[in-house]
Design a protein around this ligand. Structure first.
Ligand SMILES: NC(=O)c1ccc[n+]([C@@H]2O[C@H](COP(=O)([O-])OP(=O)(O)OC[C@H]3O[C@@H](n4cnc5c(N)ncnc54)[C@H](O)[C@@H]3O)[C@@H](O)[C@H]2O)c1
Length: 266
């Protein structure tokens, strides 16, 4: 039986975290780096990505940033080849980057819908496809972790129809790919966060599209939460570390809900 510190040790492993500059992605990158992994921050905003990688290096972790818009195939190919060039392998992929702009069906344009699907769902397909190719080539197995949402199970509010469609899609994709990649010892799982206090959620709180009062809606949800508080990004980081490590050696094709009990009342 492995000792607890060995179970959590990711030394010698390489992990890509998409959207790793801020919020949940940064917290995941931090925990994987702390566990010894070399972390690649794949972020759309170049400066934010470099700042995050530098912050991780100051803690003594191994990190570097590759400017990536995860919805663009050429960017994703460049992300994977830069990772292989820098670290010589890829063991863990965290598909975290995502957006959740609030807009009613009446106001939602095809462009709004496609943008959310492209960043939240197409990106998971692209990153998984090119990451899995390298993992299969090296024959050392791997871990793929998709950040879905409670909205992959049950809608949290109006104005997120495009988002809910994308997150249900990611959950379906997770299960099918888990089946396809299992013969290669690549385990694919998802984490479904509830309300987590991140820059993205703060932006949502401050926006009020077409009379949807997001601030009040989030306050109402928080009041009803069994834990009476929103989550901290590290509360997702810790679960991602669990899924990235040997602690979860017999898990694939599953989704862990981390929501402070939100689904109990929805
Ligand atoms: N915060 C929550 O309450 C919550 C709840 C459930 C699920 N989630 C999911 O967690 C993930 C992260 O959310 P967050 O709240 O930390 O968001 P955030 O907005 O705080 O941070 C997202 C990061 O992703 C980056 N990003 C956005 N689009 C990108 C793109 N096309 N390519 C590369 N990088 C991109 C941003 O620059 C930013 O660094 C998302 O998939 C989101 O749907 C969040």
């Amino acid at each position: 039986m492995k000792k607890i510190n060995t179970l959590l040790d990711l030394s010698g492993k390489t992990a890509i975290v998409t959207g790793g500059a801020k919020g949940i992605g940064y917290s995941i990158a931090y925990r994987l780096g702390e566990a010894g992994a070399s972390v690649v921050i794949a972020n759309r905003n170049r400066k934010n990505g470099i700042d995050a990688a530098n912050k991780l290096k100051k803690f003594g972790f191994k990190a570097f940033a590759v400017k990536t818009d995860v919805s663009k195939e050429a960017d994703v190919k460049n992300l994977i080849s830069s990772t292989m060039k820098k670290y010589g392998g890829l063991d863990i992929l965290v598909n975290n980057a995502g957006i959740y702009p609030s807009v009613s069906l009446e106001q939602m344009s095809l462009r709004d819908f496609q943008e959310v699907i492209s960043i939240n769902l197409n990106s998971v397909f692209l990153c998984t496809k090119y990451a899995a190719q390298e993992m299969v080539k090296k024959s050392k197995g791997g871990k793929i972790i998709n950040i879905t949402s409670v909205d992959a199970i049950h809608p949290s509010s109006v104005g997120l129809a495009h988002y809910d469609a994308s997150k249900h899609g990611v959950w379906g994709f997770t299960k099918n790919i888990a089946l396809e990649l299992a013969p290669h010892n690549i385990w694919v799982n998802a984490i479904a966060p509830g309300g987590i206090l991140t820059p993205g959620l703060k932006r949502l709180q401050e926006s009020m599209p077409n009379n949807i009062d997001n601030k009040k809606m989030i306050e109402d949800i928080t009041q009803k939460l069994p834990m009476r508080r929103l989550g901290d990004p590290d509360e997702i980081g810790k679960v991602a570390l669990f899924l990235a490590s040997d602690m979860s050696s017999y898990m694939t094709g599953t989704q862990i809900v981390v929501d402070g009990g939100m689904l109990l009342f929805m």
